[in-house]
Design a protein around this ligand. Structure first.
Ligand code: ADP
Ligand code: MG
Length: 323
């Protein structure tokens, strides 16, 4: 089973940032209101995440790191029907098979916590430990037993960059959650919970960006769009500042990116980039998910409609804005 998990890990866990993404998603799924992430050595040396979510009992701990053990079984196979981010029961087992992992957790409504150590997928029996309600997972020495994979990692700075990007996506998608990111003992982000999405955007991208954002809203009964775009007449931002969320998940979608480009066409000066932070929501039956373990590919049952809805919403807004 260790080898099987290591192979599975190859698909799900490409680099430290993939670990961070999976752990952050689990904390969100656990209903955490505060999530603290600490990394060292570009995440290869260490990734530690603490949350104040629902926690796990001593009995649940070994199961959580066993392949296909998920407490989040969907009613059907459509990912977007479930309110949670995880559903495969694959991530923790995969990470545990290629690292040294310690989990401390205390379930809501219980008086004590427990701890479990896993080394290269070998699970030691859990013992008691004192900890608050919630979960702390520490992942050390990523890929220590898969040297080839380890060799393909980039410099710690580059890996850290990927981690910050994964953190950014999750924190942008969940503004009501308090997120902290530390690199060693240096604090990189302390993002207070906020009901205003613009506050969270500002925390990442600064006031220059947040002050030139214009509200984008579409009241289409099916395809709802809410968010902000940078005023096209203001030269701010770069091509990385395009964030699209679909039903609470970050997605990248070529067609929708194309729609963004089209909406801005002729409005932006040469060399400028459309800046956009958009949350789209639509009924799950409008979304076809092709679930690849590493990345989420989305297809729309009526992609033409989604495309034109986005394009139209942006165009109308830009036309009505005094620029
Ligand atoms: P999935 O998220 O797809 O269910 P994972 O391998 O990511 O699979 O996690 C396995 C299980 O471990 C989850 O279903 C959940 O029950 C438990 N778990 C993992 N992380 C946490 C956490 N931070 N808080 C509470 N439970 C957790
Ligand atoms: Mg998960």
């Amino acid at each position: 089973p260790q080898l099987v998990n290591q192979i599975a890990a190859g698909e799900v866990i490409e680099r430290p940032a993939s670990v961070v993404k999976e752990l952050l998603e689990n904390s969100i799924d656990a209903g955490a209101s505060r999530v603290e992430l600490t990394i060292a050595g570009g995440g290869v040396e260490m990734i530690r995440i603490s949350d104040d979510g629902c926690g796990m009992t001593a009995e649940q701990l070994p199961l959580a790191v066993t392949s296909h053990a998920t407490s989040k079984l969907p009613e059907d196979d459509s990912l977007f029907h479930v309110g949670t981010l995880g559903f495969r029961g694959e991530a923790l087992a995969s990470i545990a098979s290629v690292s040294q992992m310690t989990i401390r957790s205390r379930a809501e409504g219980t008086s004590s916590g427990s701890q479990i150590d896993i080394r290269g997928g070998v699970i030691e029996s859990p013992g008691p430990c004192g900890c608050p309600v919630g979960t702390t997972i520490e992942v050390r020495n990523l890929f220590f037993n898969t040297p080839v994979r380890r060799k393909f990692l980039k410099t710690p700075q580059t890996e850290r960059g990927h981690i910050v990007e994964a953190f950014t996506r999750l924190a942008l998608a969940n503004p009501k959650v308090h997120f902290v990111l530390r690199n060693g003992d240096k604090e990189m982000f302390d993002l207070l919970p906020t009901p205003r999405w613009a506050d969270r955007i500002e925390a990442f991208f600064g006031t220059e960006i947040s002050e030139s954002l214009i509200l984008i809203e579409s009241d289409d009964a099916q395809v709802k769009i809410f968010g902000f775009a940078c005023d096209p007449s203001v030269n701010r931002g770069n091509n990385r500042m395009q964030y699209l969320f679909l039903n609470g998940r970050h997605i990248r979608d070529r067609a929708l990116q194309h729609a963004l480009g089209e909406a801005y066409r002729g409005l932006l000066m040469v060399g400028r980039h459309p800046v956009c932070f958009l949350r789209m929501t639509m009924p799950p039956e409008m979304i076809d998910v092709n679930v690849h373990p590493a990345k989420l590919e989305v297809r729309f049952t009526d992609s033409g409609r989604v495309y034109s809805r986005l394009l139209q919403t942006l165009r109308q807004r830009f036309l009505s804005t005094d620029m």
